[in-house]
Design a protein around this ligand. Structure first.
Ligand code: AMP
Ligand code: ZN
Length: 114
């Protein structure tokens, strides 16, 4: 648990969230400001700053995060497809520095725009 980290506090239950899915090492909950009809965040329960940090430390654990994201898409019945985003660093607009993957779907998401 990292001091002052919002998503560590959510995993600990100190900040409320709407759970969608949970495994031994991952937690998935609804984004407070959804960009799409389904917008779920999947996080490792342990604190890693971003995807690159977890990839370097424990690639199998990163695999668990992506497997959980795929299960979320299944649970949310995103049969038309979905998009997974992991903002990493300032140029991406990352605002919470605890790795999270956004799982988006439930409508045609359009092309990625620059
Ligand atoms: P990012 O810009 O990739 O760092 O995304 C952070 C995401 O966290 C944003 O989409 C926010 O809407 C979302 N968010 C911030 N605070 C909360 C919260 N307490 N519960 C759920 N989602 C949150
Ligand atoms: Zn954290």
């Amino acid at each position: 648990m990292a001091d002052g980290c919002l998503f560590c506090a959510i995993v600990a239950g100190d900040v409320p969230s709407t759970m969608v899915h949970e495994t031994a090492r991952t937690y998935a909950f609804r984004d407070l400001q959804p960009w799409a009809p389904t917008h779920v965040l999947v996080v490792p329960k342990d604190h890693f700053t971003d995807l690159a940090a977890l990839a370097a430390a424990d690639p199998a654990y990163l695999g668990e995060v992506f497997a959980a994201a795929a299960e979320v898409a299944e649970l949310e019945s995103l049969s038309g497809g979905h998009r997974i985003i992991a903002n990493t660093g300032p140029d991406s607009g990352q605002t919470v520095f605890h790795l999270h993957v956004h799982v988006l779907g439930g409508k045609n998401l359009g092309a990625l725009a620059g």
